[in-house]
Each structure stands twice: as structure tokens, then as C-alpha cells.
Design a protein around this ligand. Structure first.
Ligand code: NAD
Length: 390
């Protein structure tokens, strides 16, 4: 007698299909609008059955549909989540405007512990809410949400980018890392008149998806590296591989170096860290590096050249945007655009110097100018090339 072997992958696929069908039949999702000044739409999404509480913030769609990742995080309360999603959505508007991708700014947060509460039911329910918005918001992965998770979200909405398959752009991390590398080169060029990394010292905070890849690019270009991560084992492993020095996580911002590269958390440039900085430039991938906008002025007063985060870390958005082009995704096109982050930053550095303002303010002014005059506005609507099966 032939014994049938269980196939866990097929079982979980079947379960997912069943959940999709059930969800479509008896949706228990509630969407409630929250009025926030300066934002086009802010929506609280709840689905008790699926254990979902989420917020979708659409900041500005002047230049195109709002694109922004799904952050899954166990926020202490609803207000903390709201504050975070508003800040992040606005940042996406500025990032997309400067990058010229024909998109607006949005973001979503799901209030849940990604290690314990991230179920297929929750992701499918969230996807259904995105679908209900009819394409004004396009989602992607973000902190706490993997590309495998967006594959599940995709089962209930087509408005998703960055899926791990051949019609999509996949993991944006390497493109963000290359954009950050180009940003470091631009910052060195501004500081020393040469973009060469040979012998330049770079202190990297955070060796995740972006930081690890950046480390490798910098190593091959001849840089002296200081590495830090809260995961000390990871930092030590990488230091061994790249002949780098390990620095404790709470010391990395104080290292004397050419460039400090924050690639971990936001708000790292604040009242405490700025006076202690001993770098000549700051160029890293982390989102929302400034604790408050005025910290950009403090950095300028200290004579440190700062690469505005939403300009230097646009590699990911440039790459995911390429997949909604009518002609389909082309990594070569993405590569070219990410490469140009160098030129954008140099232009911002020049404007800031001429206007005697912080580089952050110069970049914000550029974003607002482009929005005001519809520069880079999307003409052809996005094409979603993937099918429901993948
Ligand atoms: P990740 O989660 O893969 O890596 C973050 C790393 O930082 C982890 O290794 C973590 O252990 C470490 N870390 C956390 N707190 C730290 C601390 N206090 N000191 C030192 N290390 C710490 O994230 P990622 O995808 O590499 O992204 C890094 C940053 O860049 C994030 O701020 C993210 O929002 C931003 N960003 C990423 C992309 C992308 O394409 N992945 C795009 C734009 C912006």
C-alpha cells in the first residue's frame, strides 16, 4: 500500500487559499477615517476576527499614488503608532518627490509583534483594506514585514510592490545599499574634492540588510571600517571578514572618522549625539535620522556635511518603482537611477551652501518645489505585472 506523505508547503498554500476565499465572503474589516491636518487621508483599519489594528496614512498624492512600506511593530499605544505612521508617510512624499519616481507619500503600520502576532489572517485582512482604497496607496515590505509576508498580502490586493519573484523587483536592500554608497562618495567629494574611498574611515551603525551590503561595497573600495550592531556576534563575524574594528553600539556615533553612516534606527541625530560626533560627514540609510528638523541646523553649525536621509536612501524606492513601469522591471534601469543619487546629493550640497542653510532644508525645499510645480508627476498609471498566483 502506498503511503501518502504530508506536504507542509502545499498544506500551508491550501490554508492560505481557503483564508482568502473566506475573507472575501465574510469580511469583518472596519475602516475609519481620522482627520489629520496636512494629510490627504488617514485610515484606522480594524478586524477583530483577524486580530488586526492598523493605520494607513496617505500624506500627498500630487505626483502619483502614495507608496510606502508596511511596518509591523508592537507600539505601546495607538498614539505612538499614529505619530510614527504620519512621520513616515510625510518622509515618503519627500523621498519620492526628490527621486522623481512619479509617486506620492504614504505608509502603513500594523500594531502587532512581528515575532508572535503576524498571522496569514492578519496579513490578508490588511491586504483587503489596501485593495478597498483602489490603488491610491501601494504597499511594500518594511521593518517587521518581510518580502514573504507581502506575498501573502498580495493574495488580497494587487497594490503591492517588492514581491520575491521574476516579475517583481524583489529585495530593495542591495539597491538602497548602493545608493548609500554613492551618497558616501558624494559626501567625500564635497568634503575633500575626491570621491575616493581609499583609506577613508567609515563608521557603520547597523549591519542588517543594507548595512551588511554597504560594508562589502566599502571594503572593496579600500575604506577603513568601524562596525557596530546590537548583535555583537554579527559585528564580530563581519569585522573578521572585512578586517574592520568592532565598536560597541552606544559608542559608534562618537568614533573619529571621515563618515558616520547610520544604517539602523531613526532619531540617532539628537541633542545627545550631535555634540559628541567626531566625523566630517554623515551619510547612511536609516530613515528619519534627525530627531527633530532643527537638529539639521546643529549639524551644520558643527561644520559636518549631512546627506539628507530621504535623498541618500532612495535606492529602494527607485528600484521598486521600476517594477510598475509599463515595460516591466529592469534592474539595469534601477541601477542607473540609483547611481545618480550621487549627482542629486552634490546638487543639494551646492544649493545649501549657496543659501546658507542646512542640507536637510535644501532637500525639503527641493521636494516641495517639485510638488508645487508638478515636476515628475506620473503620466502613465502604474502597471502591476504580477498575477494573483505569484
Ligand atoms: P534591518 O532590520 O535588516 O537591519 C537593521 C540592523 O540594525 C540590524 O542588524 C539590527 O540588529 C541593527 N541595530 C538595531 N539597533 C541598533 C543600534 N542601536 N545600534 C547598532 N545596530 C542596531 O534593516 P535594513 O533593511 O538594513 O534597514 C536599515 C535602515 O535603513 C532602517 O532605518 C531602514 O528603515 C532604512 N531603509 C532601508 C531600506 C531598504 O531597502 N531595506 C530602504 C530605505 C531605508
Amino acid at each position: 500500500m502506498v503511503q501518502l506523505l504530508e506536504n507542509p508547503a502545499q498544506d500551508s498554500k491550501n490554508k492560505l487559499e481557503r483564508l482568502v476565499q473566506e475573507g472575501q465572503k465574510n469580511s469583518s474589516i472596519q475602516m475609519e477615517s481620522i482627520s489629520v491636518k496636512g494629510y490627504e487621508q488617514v485610515i484606522k483599519v480594524s478586524d477583530k476576527k483577524a486580530g488586526l489594528t492598523a493605520i494607513i496614512a496617505i500624506h500627498d498624492t500630487t505626483l502619483g499614488p502614495a507608496l510606502g512600506g508596511i511596518r509591523i511593530h508592537p507600539y505601546a499605544n495607538f498614539n505612538d503608532a499614529l505619530e510614527d505612521v504620519l512621520r513616515l508617510a510625510k518622509g515618503m512624499t519627500h523621498k519620492s518627490a526628490v527621486a522623481g519616481v512619479g509617486l506620492g507619500g504614504g505608509k502603513s503600520v500594523i500594531i502587532a509583534d512581528p515575532k508572535k502576532q503576524k498571522t496569514p489572517e492578519l496579513l490578508l485582512s490588511f491586504g483587503a483594506a489596501v485593495e478597498a482604497l483602489g490603488g491610491i496607496y501601494i504597499c511594500a515590505e518594511d521593518v517587521g514585514c518581510t518580502t514573504e509576508d507581502v506575498k501573502i498580502v498580495r493574495k488580497s490586493t494587487k497594490y503591492v510592490v517588492g514581491l520575491p519573484h521574476d516579475k517583481s523587483s524583489g529585495d530593495p536592500g542591495p539597491f538602497t545599499a548602493w545608493g548609500t554608497y554613492r551618497g558616501i562618495q558624494a559626501t567625500l567629494k564635497k568634503l575633500y574634492g575626491s570621491e575616493s574611498l581609499e583609506g577613508r574611515s567609515i563608521a557603520i551603525q547597523g549591519l542588517g540588510n543594507v548595512g551588511a551590503q554597504l560594508t562589502e561595497f566599502l571594503f572593496w573600495a579600500g575604506a577603513e571600517l568601524y562596525l557596530s550592531d546590537i548583535d555583537m556576534e554579527k559585528a564580530e563575524r563581519m569585522a573578521l571578514k572585512f578586517g574592520a574594528k568592532v565598536v560597541p553600539a552606544n559608542q559608534i556615533a562618537k568614533i573619529e572618522c571621515d563618515i558616520f553612516s547610520p544604517c539602523a534606527l531613526g532619531a540617532i541625530l539628537n541633542d545627545t549625539t550631535i555634540p559628541a560626533l567626531r566625523c566630517r560627514g554623515i551619510a547612511g540609510s536609516a530613515n528619519n535620522q534627525l530627531h527633530r528638523d532643527h537638529h539639521a541646523d546643529l549639524i551644520r553649525e558643527r561644520g559636518i556635511v549631512y546627506a539628507p536621509d530621504f535623498v541618500i536612501n532612495a535606492g529602494g524606492i527607485l528600484n521598486v518603482t521600476a517594477e510598475i513601469e509599463d515595460a516591466g522591471y529592469s534592474p539595469k534601469l534601477s541601477r542607473q537611477k540609483v547611481h545618480e543619487i550621487y549627482d542629486t546629493l552634490l546638487a543639494i550640497y551646492e544649493i545649501a551652501e549657496k543659501n546658507r542653510e542646512s542640507t536637510h532644508n535644501a532637500a525639503l525645499a527641493l521636494a516641495e518645489y517639485r510638488i508645487k510645480y508638478n515636476i515628475g508627476k506620473r503620466v502613465i498609471p502604474p502597471t502591476f505585472h504580477h498575477t494573483i498566483e505569484n
